[in-house]
Design a protein around this ligand. Structure first.
Ligand code: ADP
Ligand code: MG
Length: 395
């Protein structure tokens, strides 16, 4: 990456503000569920501790919408980190900008790990307020961004604060950027991209971009319905983004002129979620008016699977069906197993729902890179950078 990282500056004994993405799910609101996002930041934290830094971690949790809402306190996260690090982690609840906070900060010891309370308790965070960013900057002498997952957000704790402190990347941010850039710009061929999920609106620009980069572009899930509709097929009551149908037609034209092979479902699993009707598999051009296409069918699995089996690089975002209902999780499972079976390839998977769909599996072992970013990963693939990365010092 062409930005400075923690390796490139003097950190010895310094106060360091570290933006992390600890927006994890809580069990019963009190215990950390999946802690992958926390564990992925450990190399950065351990490196900073080896330099005797005083750490001040900043994160958001949930959507408190600018207010102090107890259920979004980072307390359980601080407790969990304390266990993982086997070290005390203090949660500072003093207000950002207050004398009380600065006093506590000044008393922090070298090698101590401290966490500020949920940064989204402040409305100024998301509005990237300059005065607020400046107050946040007062806490430290160096700013480290290790929050790839919020890299696409220009907030006070990701972009604003970087104006007032020497700002560098942590190891997780660097790793995400390096591995995703390489897979897009210099992939082991053939490169197979798999796009699924719900909203065509948020994914269609990605389809556009990947038509230039991928050798095979697989489109499944709800996004595929918009393309089936654009092709002229009946899609019944399936999830379709009507405003995107015209753009999908243009992308068919683009695909026909590009070297990228685009694969769409040739059969689907039908049902009606509201009426709880399950109606089995039909060909992609036989969707009845009163039904929804809720998963890819077996023939499509075989076609997608063959492409995945021959891939040198695989990038996947978005489930192939309504995986929350086990009757429509088969396509997503199949794609996962196909990726896991291709041991020669470099595989990258990201997206909140995509990872949730794989939660029960041993996915960390079989997938080369599990991105901590959903939206951030997509935006990074589309544009090659993120607001949070741009704000850092150049190498
Ligand atoms: P991610 O969070 O991994 O980026 P998305 O949020 O884009 O993924 O998409 C996940 C959602 O897509 C899931 O809630 C799933 O039910 C839905 N989905 C997938 N396929 C379909 C489909 N055929 N019809 C309706 N919804 C679908
Ligand atoms: Mg999602």
């Amino acid at each position: 990456m062409n930005k400075k990282t923690i390796r490139d500056i003097d950190l010895a004994g310094k106060r360091v503000l570290v933006r992390v993405d600890y927006n994890v799910s809580l069990l019963n609101g009190i215990r950390v569920g999946d802690d992958t996002r926390i564990r992925q930041t450990l190399p950065t934290l351990e490196y900073l501790l080896s330099k005797n830094c005083k750490l001040f971690l900043v994160s958001h949790l949930g959507r408190p919408k600018g207010k102090k809402v107890e259920e979004f306190s980072l307390k359980p996260v601080a407790e969990h980190l304390s266990k993982v690090l086997d070290k005390k982690v203090e949660l500072f609840q003093e207000k950002i900008g207050s004398k009380e906070l600065l006093t506590r900060v000044s008393q922090a010891k070298e090698g101590s790990v401290n966490m500020l309370e949920n940064i989204r308790y402040y409305a100024e965070e998301e509005s990237n307020d300059e005065v607020f960013a400046k107050k946040l900057a007062q806490v430290a002498e160096v700013f480290v961004n290790d929050a790839f997952g919020v890299g696409h957000r220009a907030h006070a704790s990701t972009v604003g604060v970087a104006k007032y402190l020497p700002a560098v990347a942590g190891f997780l941010l660097e790793k995400e950027v390096d591995i995703i850039s390489k897979s897009i710009e210099d992939p082991k061929k053939p490169m197979v991209a798999i796009i699924g999920g719900a909203k065509a609106e948020t994914k269609i620009t990605l389809v556009d971009r990947l038509l230039e980069k991928a050798d095979v572009l697989i489109v499944g899930g709800g996004v595929a319905n918009t393309f089936l509709k654009a092709w002229g097929y009946e899609v019944g009551k399936s999830l379709v983004d009507h405003e995107m149908v015209e753009l999908a037609k243009k992308l068919f034209w683009k695909a026909s002129r590009s070297k990228t092979r685009m694969l769409l479902p040739t059969d689907v699993v039908l049902g009606d979620l509201e009426k709880n009707i399950h109606n089995g598999v039909v060909a992609g051009d036989k969707i009845s008016k009163d039904m929804q296409a809720l998963d890819i069918g077996p023939r499509t699995q075989a076609e997608f699977g063959a492409a995945i089996a021959g891939a040198g690089t695989i990038i996947w975002n978005g489930p192939m069906g309504v995986y929350e209902d086990s009757r429509y999780a088969t396509g997503t499972d199949f794609v996962y197993h196909a990726i896991a079976e291709n041991k020669e390839s470099l595989s990258i998977v990201g997206g909140g729902d995509t990872l949730a769909a794989l939660k029960e599996k041993d996915f960390l072992k079989t997938i080369d890179h599990v991105s901590t970013g959903g939206g951030a990963m997509l935006e990074f693939i589309e544009t090659g950078t993120l607001a949070g990365i741009e704000a850092l010092l150049d190498k």
